[in-house]
Ligand binder design. Structure first.
Ligand code: SF4
Length: 415
């Protein structure tokens, strides 16, 4: 979400005559697009922000802007800790970035802005092949650990016609894959619902379509059938579980039990047999006992995800969980996190090994980060594949025979 917000700010600034500077020392404007989801990200931001004080002493015309969720939730702290910041704006006000850095608008903008969903913002995308598309903003769920509903406001969906025109435009420019973005895409609701939106986009004949993030409670049978039916929808779903214990899920206000979640996974796998399922896990939520944690381990072993994003619980001021008692010591949180990661490493490797000898459609994205003699791309299930460079163009689809599985990627040869 933040990466795409940065692309939008770049687009708006570019349209107003700004060009990207090669390094901070050369810049007239430095914008921090911040994430408040965990304390660590916030700390990193504050330490980077501190360094810009020196740059400002050297260049008196330098404008420092802070955008994103930390700007929204920690306005006072930012002002106190970094008085050299000139401009602050919350995630719902990114459309005003150009006016703000040029001094044509006030230096703080934090309004709940539902107009964001109706504005056609300029975007400078980092890829020529794959594109993010916002379909809705905000969240109504108020999971007890999460700051997002307080920083990004209530859910508001973009009209389907505006989304479809963006897809058509991208298709015309040669994009091959889109990812629909929203905090909870399953609750998309404008002139149509989410499944209808998928149908409309499928008609544009874009080759690949993905979406993030799906809330397990709102993942309907109708959506599963739509995924099965539409050729453009890739065989991958990110379905955040967060914890395996019903007690913890209730305390997190997630709105489902592990049993209900598991049934949805079964339904997905029955409808789309080779679907890849990934998830998010939080370890050490307040009140999480050893037995509760074992339920998460049980879930990982039972479901066998293709990949996970796991983190230690990070208390966020202003959320309900922040005031909960029975907090888990940091050491214990880390120990549980390491165990989760170790278990998953083996599962991911085992699942990747099952793909050896199969043929996969790979969308070539560019040179491999680790070896520039190799090309790198992704399967429809979102797995990274490297292959020898045989002159295939970036952005082409190639059939690859998978010869070797690694823990975090696959390699093979064109067939
Ligand atoms: S669904 Fe829950 S975790 Fe996701 S953004 Fe909304 S409140 Fe946060």
């Amino acid at each position: 979400m933040n990466v795409h917000d940065s692309e939008k700010m770049l687009g708006i600034l570019g349209n107003n005559g700004y060009v990207a500077a090669g390094k901070p020392e050369d810049a007239d404007v430095i914008i921090f697009n911040t994430c408040a989801i965990r304390e660590k990200a916030e700390q990193k931001f504050f330490s980077q922000l501190g360094r810009t004080k020196q740059l400002k002493k050297k260049n008196h015309n330098l404008t420092i802007a802070v955008a994103g969720c930390v700007a929204q939730s920690e306005q006072e702290t930012v002002r106190k800790r970094a008085p050299h910041v000139d401009v602050m704006l919350g995630p719902q006000n990114i459309g005003r970035i150009s006016d703000m850095v040029s001094g044509q608008a006030s230096n703080g903008s934090f309004d709940e802005n539902h107009e964001l969903a109706y504005e056609e913002l300029f975007v400078t995308r980092s890829s020529r092949i794959k594109a993010w598309i916002s379909i809705m903003y905000g969240c109504n769920n108020f999971c007890s650990y999460c700051i997002v509903p307080y920083t990004r406001g209530r859910e508001v969906s973009r009209p389907s016609s505006s989304i479809v025109s963006e897809v058509l435009r991208l298709r015309g420019q040669g994009y091959r894959e889109i990812t629909l973005l929203g905090q909870n895409v399953n609750s998309y609701k404008s002139d149509c619902d989410f499944t209808e939106l998928l149908r409309l986009i499928d008609k544009t004949e874009i080759e690949r379509m993905r979406f993030v993030t799906s809330h397990p409670r709102d993942l309907s049978l109708e959506l599963i059938r739509t995924m099965q039916e539409l050729p453009s929808v890739c065989e991958h779903v990110h379905l955040p579980l967060q914890a395996g214990s019903d007690n913890i899920l209730r305390m997190m206000n997630r709105g489902y039990t592990y049993g209900e979640y598991q049934k949805k996974v079964d339904m997905l796998r029955e409808a789309v047999p080779d679907i890849a399922i990934t998830t998010d896990i939080i370890t050490g939520f307040p009140g999480e006992t050893r037995q509760d944690f074992e339920q998460t381990v049980y879930a990982l072993n039972g479901i066998e995800y293709d990949g996970i994003f796991a983190f230690k619980y990070s208390p966020r001021k202003g959320t309900t969980a922040f005031d909960m008692e029975n907090t888990v010591p940091d050491e214990e949180k880390s120990e549980r996190l390491n165990r989760v990661l170790q278990i998953q490493e083996e599962i991911t490797y085992k699942k990747n090994r099952k793909l050896e000898g199969t043929t996969q459609e790979v969308l070539i994205e560019g040179s491999s980060d680790t070896d520039t003699a190799l090309l790198s791309g992704r399967t429809r299930t979102n797995k990274i594949v490297t292959l020898p460079d045989s002159g295939d163009e970036i952005g082409s689809f190639v059939s690859v025979l998978i010869s070797k599985a690694r823990r975090h990627s696959l390699s093979g040869e064109k067939c």
